[in-house]
Design a binder for this molecule. Structure first.
Ligand SMILES: C[S@@+](CC[C@H](N)C(=O)[O-])C[C@H]1O[C@@H](n2cnc3c(N)ncnc32)[C@H](O)[C@@H]1O
Length: 235
């Protein structure tokens, strides 16, 4: 007997692909056209870490200003909110409007309904647009918009991991700000690229679920004290 039902579908702007929301017996899945699984509600250890780890390093979490891209199933957003105080503000940028609807609807209970938190603001659009526009705005920027620097599901997302994207991200950070990136696997070239921007970089291997099995990579990079001056790269 089949234990899953497709309950939502959305096209990915700037791509030929679509995503599908699937309800299983006890879990939800977001899948890509062709059946590849993007994520599920059972395994989110590394998504939690992406939001929690940089916020735990803040000197003033009670009033911090945080940007998260994208929303997905809301775990990174919920984990960041859990580390922040009542005066904090978290903007979550999500490219696909249906993903926001799904989180207001059936997905919301899986992550504790972080969209209902009064500290949350939703930006429906490309997080790259915010990174290009903002200057000196965020204490933390947490980015999980694709598989990582390699193997992208949406080609235009490669800008985020490029020299120009990193430069814009550093400029969107406040002094001593922290950016965290999620990736399905390690990538030495990306680590080196972050360091070339004068950032102090930690590359952390995090279990996808529990304390064994698959691991994902999280980079924490800061322009805080002791760092070299960020390089300027023309967009
Ligand atoms: C792997 S999921 C994020 C999972 C999330 N960390 C969580 O805790 O559930 C990637 C999300 O980023 C969104 N996305 C992809 N490209 C984006 C972009 N350029 N700007 C904003 N959101 C984007 C996707 O629609 C998807 O919802």
């Amino acid at each position: 007997m089949r234990h899953w039902t497709q309950i939502g579908e959305a096209s990915i702007p700037g791509s030929e692909k679509s995503i599908f929301l699937v309800r299983g017996k006890d879990d939800f899945f977001i899948k890509l056209s062709g059946g590849q699984e993007l994520m599920n509600t059972r395994k989110h250890g590394s998504e939690d870490a992406l939001g929690a780890l940089p916020c735990q390093k803040l000197s003033h979490p009670e009033t911090a200003c945080v940007l998260i891209g994208g929303l997905g199933m809301g775990f990174t957003l919920a984990a960041a909110l859990a580390e922040l105080g009542p005066g904090a503000r978290v903007t979550v940028a999500e490219l696909i409007p249906e993903v926001v609807e799904w989180n207001h609807g059936p997905l919301g209970d899986c992550s504790g309904r972080p969209l209902d938190d009064p500290r949350t603001r939703v930006y429906v659009g490309d997080v790259a647009q915010l990174l290009r526009e903002k200057r000196n705005d965020f204490d933390v920027i947490a980015l999980d918009i694709d598989n990582g620097p390699e193997g992208l599901t949406r080609n235009t997302n490669s800008w985020i991991y490029s020299e120009q994207g990193i430069s814009a991200t550093v400029q969107a950070l406040k002094p001593a700000g922290i950016v965290s990136y999620w990736s399905v696997s390690a990538d030495q070239r990306f680590s080196d690229r972050l360091k070339r921007h004068g950032l102090k970089v930690e590359e952390i291997s995090v279990y996808a679920h529990g304390a064994k099995g698959a691991r994902h990579t999280i980079w924490l990079a800061t322009n805080g004290p002791g760092c070299l001056r960020p390089v300027t790269v023309d967009p």
